[in-house]
Design a protein around this ligand. Structure first.
Ligand code: NAD
Ligand code: WQD
Length: 329
């Protein structure tokens, strides 16, 4: 049984990945200080898999705490590094918090890997590294543009750190993860008020908000609203299992887009949520949000071929699970 250390494994994407790793026969160890999640996700994982999962409460930026984890866990076959702060908005207000945690945690993890001869790491990157791409769908060779936020900058810096280290690495560049596990036992337990589109739509549906403001309808897109590539979190979680299998067989540095390859506008997203859940969402058109990119969606040829991965879930199913999670949480 291969042992995988999963930093941030109690978070939104991490918890879904833990379930998929166990299903695929790996033994994951969660390292998470619960700074942006809840123990409920660990309970939820255990209910889904009907077994215990090992969780170590440690801060990945603390070298002493991470030394203890590495030495006590013995042979580790690979790392999946999710642990980071993820709010674009907060990163603009408090950049240092993002540099310290996002860059600091990877620095400690890479050092521990070197000292303990652990070679393989999968890193949670983001399509934000591309900025506004010149060519769509965007592929992995597109240049990194100037980051729109300190959060985006940390992802660019972390990818550079991986390149200059002697580890084997896969950077998975997620597009827009949405939805939840069909059991509704795990999900996004972040303490922050959501700023992402789909959780906001769900909050409107349940009555926490009166309406959603659509940020601009005068973009150069068919219906004037921005276009994104929304990927079901369960599909995204499965890409990590494929990436780990790949990394164990293939040394070197790799980066893959993880999206559906399909561009969906904000209005289409609202309509898909309404249709599958049979309800009405109030919305109004507001001004553009500063820093928003007009249109981005993934070229997924590389991940299809190299990782033998493709998304299986359709947008409507993701929207249904997002609503189910909102009702349950
Ligand atoms: P999340 O906040 O739900 O999960 C992150 C987890 O890491 C949390 O459980 C948190 O408690 C933990 N954590 C943070 N700093 C830590 C530290 N120093 N030590 C130990 N644990 C720590 O976020 P998520 O949406 O699951 O995102 C996971 C990763 O994916 C992040 O790196 C994020 O930047 C990246 N990502 C997310 C999205 C998205 O839209 N959700 C998109 C692209 C990339
Ligand atoms: C999607 C679309 C908004 C809220 C961010 C990060 C990115 C990545 C994913 C981590 C946009 C529109 C939204 C609202 C709206 N995260 N919108 N009204 O901006 O693509 O990306 O999350 O790496 O780094 O920047 O996602 O969900 O915020 O927005 O009209 O109330 O919905 O303008 O077009 P985004 P999002």
């Amino acid at each position: 049984m291969r042992k995988i250390l999963v930093t941030g494994g109690a978070g939104y994407i991490g918890s879904h990945t833990i379930v998929e790793l166990i299903t695929a026969g790996y033994t994951p160890i969660i390292v998470d200080n619960l700074c942006n999640t809840s123990h409920k996700n660990i309970d939820g994982i255990e209910s889904i898999i009907d077994a215990k999962v090992k969780w170590r409460n440690a801060d990945c930026t603390n070298k002493y705490a991470m030394d203890k984890v590495f030495s006590e866990e013995g042979k580790i076959d690979g790392i999946i590094h999710f642990a980071a702060h993820k709010s674009v908005e907060e990163s603009v207000k408090n950049p240092q918090k993002y540099y310290d945690n996002n860059i600091g945690s990877l620095k400690v993890v890479l050092k521990c890997m070197q000292e303990n001869e652990v070679k393989n790491i999968i890193f949670s990157s983001s399509c934000t590294v591309y900025g506004m791409p010149d060519v769509l769908p965007v592929d992995e060779n597109a240049p990194f543009k100037k980051a729109e936020s300190p959060y985006g900058e940390t992802k660019q810096i972390c990818e550079e750190m991986l390149k200059s280290d002697n580890c084997n690495s896969v950077a998975l560049r997620y597009f827009n993860p949405i939805g939840s596990h069909p059991t509704t036992l795990i999900g996004d337990c972040s303490a922050d008020r959501p700023s992402n589109l789909v959780p906001i739509i769900a909050e409107c549906a349940i009555g926490k908000r009166e309406y959603i403001t659509i940020f601009g309808d005068d973009y150069n897109t068919p219906d004037g609203t921005c276009i994104r590539d929304y990927i079901h979190v369960v599909d995204l979680a499965k890409s990590h299992v494929k990436a780990m299998e790949f990394l164990i067989k293939n040394r070197g540095k790799h980066a893959f887009n993880v999206g559906t390859g399909i561009g969906v506008s904000v209005l289409e997203a609202v309509k898909a949520f309404e249709k599958i859940n049979n309800l009405k969402i109030n919305y109004s058109i507001g001004p553009r949000r500063s820093g928003d990119i007009e249109e981005i969606y993934a070229n997924v040829n590389l991940v299809n071929i190299k990782l033998d991965w493709e998304p299986k879930e359709i947008l409507e199913k993701a929207m249904k699970s997002a609503w189910d999670w909102e009702k349950k949480k």
